[in-house]
Design a binder for this molecule. Structure first.
Ligand SMILES: Cc1cc2nc3c(=O)[nH]c(=O)nc-3n(C[C@H](O)[C@H](O)[C@H](O)COP(=O)(O)O)c2cc1C
Length: 184
């Protein structure tokens, strides 16, 4: 049986092959123009009925919005995500214009994040997505209305950085993950 590991090594595009989710980042700043480009890449993601249900809040390290997003992360992610030059919070609108449930909104937010991630990868920028968000606190902190759900956060920065900056337990796992389920 062909494993995903072998496929990852031989068959797939370098943007996919070389991407991983680090917890330390280079000191190189991510410029606002670069962030705008990442968001633009996300904007062109496909979405069910072209509803584009994603809503993104972002902040650069040193700024108030960054600190507010950081405070919304769960304790595990707070151990490392402060290494990232940029943090994003990602929410989706649960309903369509006529008020009916948009059953595919979370799916479409995932497509947005994937587009953003591979644009970033093409620029040498790593994206580490996080489910570990205090969702209700984030919802209140950023005054989302009831038809939104805060789903994820994203830590963004250039690849690089020193894994010895991480707590010991995280240093051990700071390598590209090569494990995947088989395709059978
Ligand atoms: C939706 C989503 C949520 C995730 N949540 C977290 C998280 O809360 N904390 C974390 O450290 N990593 C998180 N990850 C990263 C995954 O653990 C990682 O993508 C997976 O182990 C595969 O590793 P790779 O991205 O390096 O290939 C998340 C990834 C995704 C796509």
């Amino acid at each position: 049986m062909i494993t995903e590991k072998i496929l990852k090594k031989h068959d797939i595009h370098p943007l996919l092959q070389e991407r991983w989710s680090p917890r330390v980042f280079s000191d190189q700043a991510v410029q606002e123009t670069e962030i705008q480009l990442l968001l633009e890449a996300g904007r062109w993601a496909p979405s069910s009925s072209n509803v584009q249900p994603w809503r993104i809040i972002w902040g650069a390290k040193g700024g108030e919005t960054y600190n507010r997003i950081f405070e919304c992360l769960d304790p595990f992610n707070q151990k490392w995500a402060g290494n990232a030059p940029v943090l994003m919070l990602a929410a989706f609108k649960k309903t369509k214009a006529e008020g009916k449930e948009n059953f595919h909104a979370l799916h479409d937010l995932g497509a947005f994040s994937a587009h953003l991630t591979f644009q970033a990868q093409s620029m040498g920028i790593a994206v580490h997505q996080m489910a570990g968000v205090k969702h209700e606190e984030a919802h209140a902190e950023f005054e989302f209305t009831n038809d939104y759900h805060v789903a994820t956060a994203l830590a963004i920065g250039y690849y690089g950085g020193d894994s010895s900056d991480l707590p010991e337990d995280l240093q051990k796992i700071e390598t590209p993950t090569s494990e995947r389920k088989t395709r059978s």
